[in-house]
Ligand binder design. Structure first.
Ligand SMILES: Cc1cc2nc3c(=O)[nH]c(=O)nc-3n(C[C@H](O)[C@H](O)[C@H](O)COP(=O)(O)OP(=O)(O)OC[C@H]3O[C@@H](n4cnc5c(N)ncnc54)[C@H](O)[C@@H]3O)c2cc1C
Length: 277
């Protein structure tokens, strides 16, 4: 099947892009790795595509005020290979799991956030770290905390007439450790269940993904020397609470909860060791 006809627009400025979006029936085109299949299957029929990939000002990948700023046109592979981005180690841990390298060479970090697949890795990383997403529309600019950004499966706080211009991730501080793991049927597939973890002192923050309609963030207080076995009752209870998919051909709700309980305990211990080192 081919995409339904659409107009293609490549604006020269962010303001121009926002004007086109304000006109209605338009969609942002970033890396196209999710949008193009949607168009090809005719699951969406926007009248206009607004290509933002060459928009000046959306290509920054810099550290400012203790945060890594990733502009909306920055590709996942660029971040994966960037020395600057190593200041946020959790991104580097998660990125190899985002589809395949070929997809990452086109897909953008902000496009992944905007697409908001419940099993996507980067929205969970953003939620775990307490990142913030900058959104621009006809009424001006606003900043949305990543934990409030995804409002449901494939649904975000971004209006149809708004554009994500960038995301800011806090850089790692001394004494922090990180963990990331997921289980997928094949490498590059979306996860059946996964977890991103940040540990500092006796506090662990977890973002579970693939198990609900959005990343689910929970905090745990740790013993001084946590072990996987010691953590399992807490992570199993957490998993039983947060996993709310009905299950599908790839895995039942119970199976996903079991995966999450195991992965969470393992990654907390890993992150705790890193934080202590
Ligand atoms: C076979 C396959 C496997 C994949 N596996 C994974 C996986 O394991 N994990 C994973 O996370 N992803 C996976 N993906 C998705 C892919 O990696 C995309 O990178 C990502 O979902 C979207 O990024 P993009 O830049 O290509 O966005 P696009 O496809 O261009 O856009 C996606 C959606 O976001 C909107 N959008 C994009 N940018 C903005 C913006 N700046 N402002 C407002 N709206 C915007 C678009 O309008 C569209 O609705 C997979 C894709 C394929 C085809």
């Amino acid at each position: 099947m081919k995409a339904a006809p659409f107009a293609y627009c490549r604006p020269d400025t962010v303001d121009e892009a926002v004007d086109v979006l304000a006109g209605g029936d338009a969609k942002v085109l970033a890396g196209g790795q999710s949008l193009v299949p949607v168009l090809a299957m005719r699951l969406g029929r926007p009248g206009t595509l607004v290509d933002i990939t060459r928009l000046p000002g959306l290509d920054s990948l810099v550290i400012e005020d203790g945060q890594l700023h990733v502009g909306a046109a920055v590709r996942q592979r660029t971040v994966e290979r960037s020395d600057v981005a190593r200041a946020v180690p959790l991104i580097g841990r998660a990125m190899p799991f985002v589809g395949h390298r070929e997809l990452r060479s086109r897909g953008t970090v902000c496009g992944s956030l905007a697409h908001a697949d419940p099993a996507a890795e980067l929205p969970a990383v953003a939620a775990c770290l307490g990142a913030s997403v900058t959104v621009r529309g006809a009424r001006g600019e606003r900043v949305v905390p990543a934990r409030e950004f995804v409002t449901g499966a494939m649904t975000t706080a971004v209006g149809a007439d708004e554009l994500v211009t960038g995301v800011r991730f806090p850089v790692a501080r001394a004494g922090e450790g990180f963990g990331f793991a997921e289980i997928a049927r094949r490498h590059g597939d979306y996860a059946l269940a996964g977890v991103a973890v940040r540990v500092r002192g006796d506090e662990a923050v977890l973002a579970a993904f693939g198990v609900s309609d959005r990343p689910v963030v929970r905090e745990l207080t740790l013993d001084p020397d946590p072990t996987e076995a010691g953590l399992r009752p807490a992570t199993d209870a957490l998993a039983a609470e947060v996993v709310d998919t009905d299950g599908d051909a790839h895995g039942s709700r119970g199976y996903r909860a079991r995966l999450l309980g195991v992965l969470a305990a393992r990654e907390i211990v890993r992150a705790h060791r890193e934080a202590q080192a």
